[in-house]
Write a protein that binds this ligand. Structure first.
Ligand SMILES: Cc1cc2nc3c(=O)[nH]c(=O)nc-3n(C[C@H](O)[C@H](O)[C@H](O)COP(=O)(O)OP(=O)(O)OC[C@H]3O[C@@H](n4cnc5c(N)ncnc54)[C@H](O)[C@@H]3O)c2cc1C
Ligand code: SF4
Length: 446
C-alpha cells in the first residue's frame, strides 16, 4: 500500500485508443435494416411505444423503414423526439422499448429498435432540416440551458413561431450530450452535429457564457421575455463525507468524463494503474469502463448494495464486466488512505440489509488505488435564489412542466420526478414547449 501512486498518460498506443473508443455498436446498413425491420410484428397497441418516454410511434417508423422510406421514418421519430439521433445511441433500450418488445418476451431477442432508429435518423440528418419555422407569433421566450431539455423545448417553440434566446453557461451547447455521455456512444462529434441540426430550423439564438445566478436573474428574464424555460440540469455532485476527500487522486467522475469528452488526444489523458470507482449508476460504469479503455490495469466499482439494485442496467454492467472491470457488491467505503496528501487506497466494509436498513458488517478490507472516483450522484443547485417551489430538492412542476411561477417552466434533470435520462429530458422539453405555446397563444388572442 505504501507505493507511490502510478498515474500516467500514454498507457496505450494511439491506434489502440482509437480502436477502444470507436463506435460501441456498428450502425446497420440498408440490407441489415430491412431484415431487422421485417422482424417487427407491427403490434396493435404496441408495448414498445408505451415504454418509450417520448411515445414515438415505433411500429410506424419500423414499417416505413421496411417499405424503403427511412426519411419518413425519421420524420415519425423527430415529430416526438427531435434528438432521436442521440437517443438512438444512448437510450438504455434494454430497460425501455426493447425490454417491452413482444419478441423479447417470446424469444429473448427484441427487435433492435435503437439501431433501427439510428439508421433512420442518420439517413435524414444528412439532408435538409425537416421542419419549417412557424409564422412569427410576436412572442419571445428565454430558454436557460442548452442541454437536451432546452434544445427540445427551443425547437418545438420555433416550430410554433416564437423567437427563442437560449442562455448557456458553457462555450458549447449540448449539455451532457457533449460533456457527459460515454465517448464510444457518440463518436465523430455527433453531439455538435445534432445541435446544428436542431438549430437549423431558425429562430433560435444561443448566447454562451451566460449563466442564471451569475449575472442573469429570473426577475430580469421574466421582465424581458413572454415566457421562460429552465433546463439547467444538475450543477452539483454528492460528496462521500469521508476525511481526506480533497486529497490528490480523489476525483469527481463527472469532471473527468467531461475532460475525456473534450480531449482531442486521448493519449495525453492521465489514468491511474489501479482505479477504484464508488457508485452504482451510469456515471460509475462510464468512468470505470473508460478508465479501462484508457489503459488502467485494475478497475473496480464498489457498490453498497447488490448488482440488481444498481441504477446502471444489467446490460451496462455486463459491458463493463466484459472489458475486465470488477464490480464489488455489498461494500461501502469507510476511510480514504492517504500518503503525503495523495490517496493510495481505501478501507472498505462489508454491508448487509438489517430489516429495511443498510448496515456495516464490521468486516473491513483494504484496497490499494492510484485514483478513486466518486460517482455517487449529482444534485440540483438552486440558482433562482429560492424563487421557485422545490420538491425532493428539485424544481416542482405540473403536468405541463410549469413551475410555481406562472411565466416559468422547467424540465429535464433539474425537475422533481424526472428519470435523469436524455430521452426523459427531451420529453420534458417538448411538453413544456406545448404548454408554453398554449399559454402564449391564449394571452396573444385574449
Ligand atoms: C456521465 C453521464 C453519463 C450519462 N449517460 C447517459 C446515457 O448513456 N443515456 C442516457 O439516456 N442518459 C445518460 N445520462 C443522463 C443524461 O445525460 C441527462 O439525463 C440529460 O443530459 C439531462 O438533460 P438536461 O437538459 O436536463 O441537462 P444537461 O444535459 O445537464 O444540460 C443542462 C445545460 O444547462 C447548462 N447550465 C447549467 N447551469 C446553468 C446556468 N446557471 N445558466 C445557464 N446554463 C446553465 C449546462 O451547461 C448544460 O448545457 C448520463 C449522465 C451522466 C452524468
Ligand atoms: S413490440 Fe416489438 S414487435 Fe411489437 S411493434 Fe414494437 S418493436 Fe414491433
Amino acid at each position: 500500500m505504501a507505493q507511490a501512486p502510478d498515474i500516467q498518460a500514454k498507457r496505450l498506443s494511439k491506434a489502440q485508443l482509437e480502436a477502444n473508443f470507436a463506435n460501441l455498436h456498428a450502425p446497420l446498413n440498408a440490407h441489415e435494416a430491412f431484415v431487422e425491420s421485417d422482424r417487427c410484428y407491427f403490434c396493435f397497441d404496441p408495448p414498445c411505444m408505451k415504454a418509450c418516454p417520448t411515445s414515438i410511434d415505433i411500429p410506424l417508423f419500423i414499417r416505413e423503414i421496411q417499405t424503403g422510406h427511412p426519411k419518413s421514418a425519421a420524420k415519425t421519430i423527430f415529430d416526438q423526439n427531435i434528438l432521436g439521433g442521440m437517443c438512438a445511441r444512448v437510450c438504455p433500450t434494454e430497460t425501455l422499448c426493447e425490454e417491452a418488445c413482444v419478441r423479447e418476451h417470446a424469444e429473448g431477442k427484441p427487435v433492435k429498435i435503437g439501431l433501427l432508429q439510428r439508421y433512420a435518423t442518420d439517413a435524414a440528418m444528412a439532408d435538409e432540416h425537416p421542419y419549417g419555422r412557424g409564422k412569427f407569433s410576436g412572442k419571445k421566450v428565454a430558454v436557460v440551458g442548452a442541454g437536451p431539455a432546452g434544445l427540445a423545448c427551443a425547437h418545438r417553440l420555433a416550430m410554433h413561431g416564437h423567437d427563442i434566446t437560449m442562455f448557456e453557461a458553457q462555450k458549447k451547447a449540448g449539455g451532457l450530450n457533449e460533456f457527459g455521455i460515454a465517448a464510444y456512444k457518440t463518436v465523430d462529434d455527433f453531439a455538435q452535429r445534432e445541435v446544428d441540426f436542431v438549430l437549423a430550423i431558425g429562430g433560435i439564438t444561443i448566447e454562451h457564457d451566460k449563466a442564471l445566478g451569475k449575472g442573469l436573474t429570473l426577475e430580469q428574464l421574466e421582465k424581458d421575455y413572454d415566457a421562460v424555460f429552465l433546463g439547467v440540469g444538475y450543477a452539483g455532485v454528492n460528496e462521500l463525507g469521508l476525511k481526506h476527500e480533497n486529497s490528490k487522486g480523489v476525483e469527481d467522475a463527472v469532471y473527468k468524463i467531461a475532460a475525456l469528452r473534450q480531449s482531442k488526444d486521448l493519449s495525453k489523458l492521465k489514468v491511474g494503474r489501479r482505479v477504484v470507482v464508488i457508485g452504482g449508476g451510469m456515471t460509475a460504469i462510464d468512468i470505470a469502463l473508460q478508465s479501462k479503455l484508457l489503459g488502467a490495469e485494475e478497475v473496480s466499482i464498489l457498490y453498497r448494495r447488490g448488482r440488481e439494485h444498481m441504477r446502471a442496467s444489467a446490460y451496462e454492467q455486463e459491458l463493463a464486466l466484459s472489458h475486465g472491470v470488477a464490480i464489488c457488491e455489498w461494500v461501502m467505503p469507510k476511510k480514504l488512505i492517504t500518503k503525503d496528501g495523495h490517496a493510495i487506497g481505501l478501507k472498505i466494509e462489508g454491508t448487509v440489509m438489517k430489516g429495511k436498513k443498510l448496515v456495516g458488517t464490521g468486516k473491513t478490507y483494504e484496497l490499494a488505488a492510484d485514483v478513486v472516483f466518486k460517482a455517487i450522484g449529482q444534485t440540483f443547485v438552486d440558482m433562482t435564489a429560492g424563487a421557485l417551489a422545490l420538491e425532493d430538492g428539485r424544481i416542482k412542476v405540473d403536468e405541463g412542466k410549469r413551475t410555481s411561477r406562472p411565466k416559468i417552466w422547467a424540465g429535464g434533470d433539474c425537475v422533481a420526478g424526472n428519470k435523469a435520462l436524455t430521452v426523459a429530458a427531451v420529453d420534458d422539453g417538448r411538453r413544456a414547449a406545448e404548454s408554453i405555446n398554449t399559454f402564449l397563444r391564449g394571452s396573444h388572442h385574449g
